[in-house]
Design a protein around this ligand. Structure first.
Ligand code: NAP
Length: 304
């Protein structure tokens, strides 16, 4: 039987919002000037990346807690048109030095702090950043329900939740969660087999793959140690990239987007040309064989 190409559409839905399958992540955004940050958001919009993902914690360790949201808020304040054009996603529940705090009062405070920094009336999709092992699902659900009823968030979701944690939280809500945000790339393949991508299909959750380039390790400039997973994966990506006349990063993004359960890849580059070039991922003609070749390189052993 002949091999077939994997379809990679350019748009998808997260809850009611239609968005590009490449989305823009603001983890590394906090050092930007407002002018520089505006150019990055405009570059993202140019390639259809109209979902902007941030979090209260982004900036911590550099410019400070909340700094990435504050820059984005300044961009929106200077140009309301950009707020209207983006689907705004942020996350709460991490307030250092305590690792995680998803008590209802804390999630509500966290969201209100984000709204103020983002200079926005409403968060389109609010995510619980990580599972707080000490918060009951009742109280997490209470916070999300209150925030939604008060019109502070339009939709709710989670990030880094396992399939059992998602199901437990959903059981306490009378509205549907719309998203989960796991790490997923050829260097982080656990979601393929740990139930993350299965529950997403079962519950129609948008899967927002974070660090799709392994945080920069799946790029031409990265020098992997011989014999490692990175080296094996980069070698296969490179041969596809050469054939397709694109970068290894574009092939990695295409690989992420080719999985039927993955809604979007959150790109994190701060380089405007790289933001625009990311759209080359949509043009990669990835066959079923290519996709499994990358997976086998990632696993280090053949498929059973
Ligand atoms: N939910 C969570 O717990 C969680 C955790 C982490 C991240 N995230 C989300 O995921 C988003 C993306 O994460 P990420 O920034 O790690 O994504 P990524 O796209 O995997 O990595 C971005 C890094 O790769 C580098 N890079 C990209 N293309 C390159 C190229 N062609 N050559 C050399 N370097 C290149 C960038 O450097 P340059 O800027 O120099 O291009 C940047 O340092 C974040 O912004 C955030 O929204 C979520």
């Amino acid at each position: 039987m002949p091999d077939s190409l994997l379809p990679i559409s350019k748009t998808t839905f997260i809850g009611p919002f239609e968005v590009g399958r490449l989305a823009y992540g603001c983890w590394r955004f906090s050092g930007s000037t407002v002018a520089g940050a505006t150019v990055k958001i405009e570059a993202a919009l140019e390639i259809g990346a109209n979902l902007v993902d941030t979090a209260a914690i982004y900036g911590f360790g550099d410019e400070g807690f909340g700094a990435a949201e504050a820059v984005l808020g300044d961009v929106y304040a200077a140009n309301a048109r950009l707020r209207e054009k983006t689907v705004l996603v942020t996350k709460g529940g991490i307030h250092p030095p305590v690792p995680y705090d998803s008590r209802a009062s804390n999630l509500i405070d966290s969201c209100e702090g984000s709204l103020a920094r983002l200079k926005s009336d409403v968060i389109d999709v609010f995510l619980v950043h990580r599972p707080d092992l000490l918060a009951s699902y009742d109280e997490v659900a209470e916070a999300l329900t209150q925030l939604r009823a008060a019109g502070k968030i339009r939709e709710a979701g989670v990030s880094n939740f396992s399939h059992t944690q998602i199901r437990a939280l959903q059981s306490k809500l009378d509205f549907a969660l719309v998203a989960n945000q796991p790490e997923f790339s050829p260097l982080a393949i656990e979601p393929l087999e740990d139930g993350t991508l299965d529950i997403a299909q079962e519950m129609n959750l948008a899967v927002m793959a974070w660090s799709p380039l392994g945080g920069g390790r799946l790029t031409a400039t990265h020098q992997p140690e011989a014999g490692t997973q990175e080296a094996r994966v980069l070698s296969v990506l490179d041969s596809i990239a050469t054939r397709e006349s694109v970068g290894v990063d574009h092939v990695a993004l295409a690989w992420v987007l080719a999985h039927p359960a993955v809604s979007m890849a959150l790109i994190g580059t701060q380089n405007v040309d790289r933001i625009k070039d990311s759209a080359k991922a949509y043009d990669v003609k990835l066959s079923r064989q290519d996709w499994y070749d990358v997976l086998v390189a990632a696993r280090g052993v053949s498929m059973p």
